[in-house]
Write a protein that binds this ligand. Structure first.
Ligand SMILES: NC(=O)c1ccc[n+]([C@@H]2O[C@H](COP(=O)([O-])OP(=O)(O)OC[C@H]3O[C@@H](n4cnc5c(N)ncnc54)[C@H](OP(=O)(O)O)[C@@H]3O)[C@@H](O)[C@H]2O)c1
Length: 364
């Protein structure tokens, strides 16, 4: 690479301040890494929250991406010029090159896949984090059967259940409904705003409830009674909201005592387990109010299982799996950073956001 290329990046510094940087620092790929020209980067609440809540700074922001391979190591499975997508590692001390909201990034090649024609690049850039997190919840924590290649896993096969997904119209929830259906889980109960109920039913939910309704818990229990259940066996909080009673506690009140309770964010209640998007390597975090950093060990087999489910979603994209809404942002880097801040608290509402790279200058 020549040093004349400009790298426009969204950055968090050592004082936890968020900036745009424009310089000629093109990241250098390590031995088993690819150098990638970023075409789209997918936005996630983690892009901001990992700095503010988990101590991951200074670094460049972003985990999800799609782009073109510029450089591959000798013997790599990838070739220069190929269109790829994937996600990058997390944790305290994360190198700046792993940030995906920048014009050029580096990524370990075992966190990258080839983008097939059925998967648009902007959708590919939004897929990996939410699909891997959901797959960890459903296939490693709940241990549901993997989705098959044929559409034989219909609700009639009833492989596991009942399942409750709280906040099913988050991007994680949208993945969860489709994976659960493809695995033959039945019944699939979900909570979401009423305007999402038709969509969620089409994707595989068997019963939809309004999480803002004062009778939501009774309504869920009444439907469970119709199936002769007193609670759900599997409960997945896909939103991690702490407003009011909190989404995790609302959900837990609909579950059996011995149910498996999963929440996408850390819960004080020890009955809950949390899925992780990145289980391939150990992850060190500095959680606010804890005196020392914590290290979460790798779960390599679990990672392989989740990765196989991601590849199922890629292969069947548009036929049996999809992200319903992907909005594309093309504009100034400063405005992109503001979008990420709004997104951090699920404040953008429904759907994914993909940033087009390179991000534009302040004055255009
Ligand atoms: N553990 C991990 O590795 C990991 C990985 C990825 C994400 N996460 C976490 O997972 C959560 C979801 O992320 P995401 O990117 O999927 O979110 P998202 O797509 O930005 O979610 C937006 C949706 O949140 C829903 N929502 C907001 N408040 C709600 C509430 N109180 N109850 C139910 N639904 C509510 C809204 O649904 P309606 O339109 O129906 O109102 C809205 O459409 C975030 O907390 C994120 O930090 C964790």
């Amino acid at each position: 690479m020549t040093s004349k290329l400009l790298n426009v990046a969204l950055h968090v510094d050592e004082n936890m301040a968020f900036h745009v940087s424009r310089d000629e620092n093109i990241p250098k790929a390590g031995d088993e890494e690819l150098l990638i020209e970023t075409h789209f980067s997918g936005a996630n609440p983690a892009d901001i929250k990992h700095a503010t809540h988990l101590g991951i700074y200074p670094t460049r922001l972003g985990y999800d991406f799609s782009g073109k391979v510029l450089k591959a190591p000798p013997g790599s499975a990838f070739k220069v010029g190929q269109t790829v997508a994937g996600y990058t590692p997390t944790g305290v001390g994360r190198p700046a090159g792993y940030g995906t909201h920048q014009s050029y990034l580096v990524c370990p090649e075992n966190m990258v896949y080839l983008v097939p024609e059925n998967l648009p690049s902007d959708h590919a850039a939004c897929l990996t984090v939410v699909a891997m997190t959901t797959a960890d919840a459903l296939y490693n924590l709940f241990k549901f059967p993997l989705p098959g290649d044929s559409a034989q896993n219909t609700p009639a096969s009833k492989t596991a259940g009942p399942l409750l997904i709280w906040g099913a119209s988050t991007s994680v929830g949208i993945c969860a409904v489709q994976f659960a259906k493809a695995s033959g889980v039945f019944p699939i109960l979900v909570s979401a705003s009423p305007e999402r109920h038709a969509l969620l039913s089409e994707l595989g939910a068997t019963h939809c409830f309004d999480y803002k309704s004062p009778s939501v818990i009774e309504d869920i229990k009444a439907v469970l009674k119709e199936y002769h259940f007193d609670g759900v066996s599997y409960a997945f909080d896909a939103v991690g909201s702490f407003s009011g009673l909190g989404s995790a506690q609302m959900m837990a009140s609909c579950a059996y005592k011995d149910a498996i309770l999963v929440s996408v964010v850390v819960q004080k209640d020890p009955r809950f387990v949390m899925p992780l998007a990145t289980t391939n390597e150990e992850v060190t975090l500095k959680i606010a109010n804890l005196p020392h950093p914590i290290t979460i060990p790798a779960r390599k087999e679990d990672h392989q299982r989740a990765w196989s489910v991601l590849q199922w979603a890629v292969k069947h994209y548009r036929s049996r799996f999809r992200l319903v809404s992907v909005e594309v942002f093309q504009g100034r880097a400063e405005d992109a950073l503001e979008e990420l801040k709004i997104l951090a608290d699920t404040g953008r509402g429904f759907g994914k956001l993909a940033l087009v790279h390179p991000l534009l200058p302040l004055f255009v």
